[in-house]
Write a protein that binds this ligand. Structure first.
Ligand SMILES: Nc1ncnc2c1ncn2[C@@H]1O[C@H](COP(=O)(O)OP(=O)(O)O)[C@@H](O)[C@H]1O
Ligand SMILES: [Mg+2]
Length: 387
């Protein structure tokens, strides 16, 4: 675990980090974000002792880093910077193996390790190992930068705005790559960015900084839902949650009072209610409010006997969701060929009591279309990325 306690940093008289305390959990991907100059890079560089602290302590697995050998510390803390930070006069292989060479690792072991690192970052060793950085695209250089940071199999990986100079499709592909490496490798990652979309996409938790202080530290969802103050809302962008469908839950978009009836309502009564509320279906509930079926307008058009009851003409509930279900999962559960013609989706609690309705209109127009459009763009991005 990485722990910062009352960390301060001054450059001459200028206080850059005021009093920063922070715990990075084992295995998490923590994003440090904030406006330019707020102290992100400074914080990262203090973690691997590229900069000394002016006050406070940083502990790695319980040990004060001030007491550790900086070279050993850095071996346990991969560091990825913009442009990959590769040495231009060295080949990809030499760049990746530089630290292992210093450690005089056996050659076979190194070759094997380098191959597996290349596989990990998705570059063909035959094709790329002997190239120089200038012979790689920006995205490929950045991938090699990641491989080099992983070469010593560190517990921690620090990223300082590694993708900010890349074009959007390449950046998106590399963000996906970081997420999948994080899932695979079980390393603790600290990722600096100033791009909120990037943060939302990759973070387990986001630490938002301003003027050398933490303004809010929480999950992406909580930051979007409950910004701590006006600065956070402004930075995050108001209404942002609506463009992050992964955080939208059924309760956010459902109507609270769906039009309903009891099973003993007559067909005539049903028709009157449907017309009165101008809806296309009635939710049928029992005495306890539990959902037992749905009466569709289409059934009523077939003119059942007027004194027949709702429970005789209703259809069973095909698909219902819970208030806390995420829209994205709901949408994924809908077969693609049905996307254009989904019925309203009843929302029920754990006792199957009807608590709301996600209307067809709401779900399709607000979310599914934009989401599908996004997904397509994403996949195109992946395909056209030059690496
Ligand atoms: N070596 C330095 N000497 C003096 N001031 C510095 C130095 N490095 C950074 N700063 C200042 O510290 C502040 C934080 O910088 P930095 O950590 O690079 O911000 P960020 O990475 O969030 O953009 C800025 O105001 C910057 O000008
Ligand atoms: Mg910086």
């Amino acid at each position: 675990m990485l722990r910062l306690e009352h960390v301060q940093k001054r450059f001459k008289d200028k206080v850059v980090i005021k009093d920063l305390s922070l715990e990075v959990h084992d295995g998490e991907l923590l994003v440090l974000i904030g406006p330019s100059g707020c102290g992100k890079t400074t914080t990262l560089k203090m973690m691997n002792r590229l900069l000394p602290l002016s006050g406070g302590h940083i502990y790695v697995d319980g040990e004060d880093i001030a007491a550790l050998d900086p070279v050993k510390l850095r071996r346990n803390m991969g560091y990825v910077i913009q442009q990959g930070g590769l040495f231009p006069h060295m080949t990809v292989r030499q760049n990746i193996e530089i630290i292992e060479k210093l450690e005089k690792r056996p050659k076979d072991e190194m070759t094997e390790r380098t191959r597996s690192l290349m596989a990990m970052i998705g570059l063909d060793p035959e094709e790329y190992l002997d190239r120089y950085p200038a012979e790689l695209s920006g995205g490929q250089q950045q991938r090699v930068g990641v491989a080099r940071a992983l070469a010593t199999d560190p517990e921690y990986v620090l990223f300082d705005e590694p993708f900010s100079a890349l074009d959007p499709p390449t950046r998106m592909a590399l963000q996906d790559e970081v997420v999948s490496l994080h899932e695979k490798l079980n390393k603790t990652m600290i990722f600096v960015t100033h791009d909120m979309d990037e943060a939302i996409k990759i973070a387990d938790r986001i630490c938002l900084m301003k003027d050398g202080e933490i303004v809010q530290l929480d999950t992406s969802e909580n930051i979007l839902r409950h910004p701590a103050n006006a600065f956070v809302s402004e930075f995050v962008g108001s209404g942002r949650i609506w463009s992050a469908p992964e955080f939208i839950r059924a309760q956010d978009i459902m109507i609270d009072h769906p039009v309903k009836c009891r099973g003993d309502l007559t067909v005539e009564g049903c028709i009157i209610r449907l017309q009165e509320y101008r809806v296309s279906s009635l939710m049928v509930v029992d005495k306890a409010g539990r959902l037992i079926g749905v009466v569709d307008k289409s059934v009523l058009i077939k003119r059942p006997k007027p004194d027949a009851q709702a429970d005789a003409v209703m259809r069973p509930v095909r698909f219902s969701v819970h208030p806390e279900d995420q829209l994205i999962d709901i949408v994924k559960a809908i077969p693609p060929e049905d996307v254009g013609r989904i019925n309203d989706i009843p929302v029920v609690d754990s006792e199957n009591r009807l608590v709301g309705l996600v209307t067809n209109n709401n779900i399709v127009s607000k979310f599914i279309r934009p989401w599908l459009a996004d997904t397509e763009a994403d996949e195109e991005g992946r395909v056209t990325a030059d690496d």
